[in-house]
Design a binder for this molecule. Structure first.
Ligand code: C2O
Ligand code: CU
Length: 490
């Protein structure tokens, strides 16, 4: 089953693969980390919180004096951070000032399919789109990015991505660091899709897609963050199109993981590293000593990547990077202690599973043998039921499996209990080669037979090539409107 993608791993789409990258210890991290601004919002008469996002073209100097043409929301790169509370109704007034259609997808959000911002909610140039929904899920680090079918890799690589943070009362009561940009810091990690001369260009292409050999964090190359607090919360987002990371501290201290994609873990877990494939998030805590400096690194190894060393060498599976240096002030504000219980996660009862579905990830961008078809609904789910999705990766290379609308639980990995970093709410998982994942998810509400949600590989090149399928959530006995062979124009 290893055929196509492994061949690609070596063919590399015509760009000569330079082999593993190791830039750790090479450079001074003397640039202050950019912090995406908080998005302005207003509350209208009926209590809805209203944001505005405009997708636009601009230029960015990643290196002084070298201009790159980039895209951003409300600016020339990335986008502002949206923040909302559980229970709030929100509306985002999206406009598109680009010269081509795009979409804005709310990754990780539970919301009606029409508001999801997937490939069926295209926003034409100069058009507007105003999705509105109620925030009905726990505090979490979510994000937003374009999702136009076939163009997602390039739109994200151009710079369109931002964070969407959710809070709730229970999370606020924990007293975790929550001062945005000060002790609660967004860390959007990407491998730059721009060459040293400023052109949009991948340093190499392998099975996963385009890889850059320099990182940008919140759009800043080689950044540091001055911290004045003893305890700092980093919200790590892998917003890269293809590259996976294994985040670890340069001095070997454990990574204190407190939250995964969909919210807090029951308790913080110390890990050697936290592996994030494209689309995944992790919230981590780090305790600083006065005056110290510590480097957040990514140290990916073939073992962590689940790759044969020869394949890993050319595909980002054995690269090491310095990511972000934390520089503590000589005097630090003391932090409250972290409660030993962060939340309670109710396990799904497998006995309540109504439907079990199988998803086999193919080796040439298909799932269950089919490439994405906008006019075909692949799976029809009955609203208010618990489902088991068995995702099998029989390939020699990893993928990244993402499901829209829900947060799922990983019930097992190859029949074993999941590791701690997969023990909480997830919407995207790194799917290792020759491994099977059993996921449990409940589709609580928002039945809509006319509009599908997506599931797909979050390696964006794979997604663009068709490694994506559609599911509709319907009332009992209903059929999804779009059926095989029916093609809708949008
Ligand atoms: Cu992050 Cu379907 O996407
Ligand atoms: Cu894939």
């Amino acid at each position: 089953a290893a055929g196509g993608l492994v061949a690609l791993a070596f063919a590399g789409c015509g760009i000569v693969a330079p082999g593993p990258v190791d830039t750790t210890g090479d450079t001074d991290f003397d640039r202050p980390l950019a912090i995406p601004p908080l998005a302005d919002s207003s509350v209208d008469a009926d209590g809805t919180r209203v944001f505005a996002l405009d997708a636009q073209a601009g230029t960015t100097e990643f290196e002084p004096g070298v201009e790159s043409e980039t895209w951003g929301f409300n600016g020339s790169l990335l986008g502002p951070t949206l923040v909302a509370d559980r229970g709030e109704r929100v509306r985002v007034e999206v406009t598109n000032s680009l010269e081509e259609p795009t979409t804005v997808h709310w990754h990780g959000m539970h919301l009606p399919a029409e508001m999801d911002g997937g490939p069926h909610q295209m926003v034409a140039p100069d058009a507007a789109w105003s999705p509105e929904w109620e925030i009905d899920q726990p505090a979490a680090t979510l994000w937003y990015h374009p999702h136009p079918h076939g163009e997602t890799e390039s739109h994200v690589a151009m710079g369109l991505a931002g964070m969407f943070l959710l809070h709730d009362e229970q999370e606020r009561a924990l007293g975790l660091p929550a001062d945005y940009g000060v002790d609660d810091v967004p860390v959007i990690v990407q491998d730059s899709g721009f060459s040293a001369a400023g052109a949009r260009e991948d340093a190499q292409r392998g099975y996963a897609g385009g890889l850059g050999d320099e990182l940008v964090v919140n759009g800043t190359r080689r950044p540091h963050l001055e911290v004045a607090d003893e305890l700092v919360r980093l919200r790590l987002l892998n917003a890269s199109t293809a590259r996976s990371y294994a985040f670890a501290w340069g001095d070997g201290r454990p990574i204190e993981l407190i939250a995964t994609d969909g919210g807090l873990l029951e308790a913080s877990v110390p890990l050697e590293h936290v592996r994030l494939s494209p689309g995944e998030r992790a919230e981590v805590l780090v305790r600083m000593a006065p005056g110290e400096r510590v480097m957040l690194q990514s140290r990916m190894t073939p073992e962590i990547a689940g790759l044969e060393p020869a394949v890993a060498a050319m595909n980002g599976g054995s690269d090491s990077f310095d990511v972000l240096e934390l520089r503590a002030a000589d005097e630090l504000r003391p932090a409250a202690s972290v409660p030993s219980t962060l939340t309670e996660i109710q396990d799904f009862d497998p006995a309540e599973v109504v439907t079990t579905r199988h998803f086999e990830l193919g080796d040439s961008f298909e799932i269950n043998g089919d490439a994405m078809d906008m006019g075909r609904v692949d799976e029809t789910v009955t609203v208010d039921t618990l489902e088991r999705w068995v995702v099998e990766n029989p390939n020699a290379v990893p993928h990244s499996f993402h499901v829209h609308d829900v947060q799922f639980r990983v019930a097992s990995v190859d029949g074993e209990a999941p590791p701690p970093e997969l023990a909480g709410w997830k919407d995207t998982i790194f799917t290792e080669p020759e491994t099977e994942y059993e996921l449990l998810m409940r589709f609580d509400d928002y039945a809509d037979a006319d509009t599908p949600y997506m599931y797909h590989c979050h390696l964006l090149w794979h997604e663009d090539q068709g490694m994506m399928g559609q599911f509709a959530v319907v009332e009992p006995g209903q059929r999804a409107t779009m059926t095989e062979g029916t093609h809708h124009e949008h």
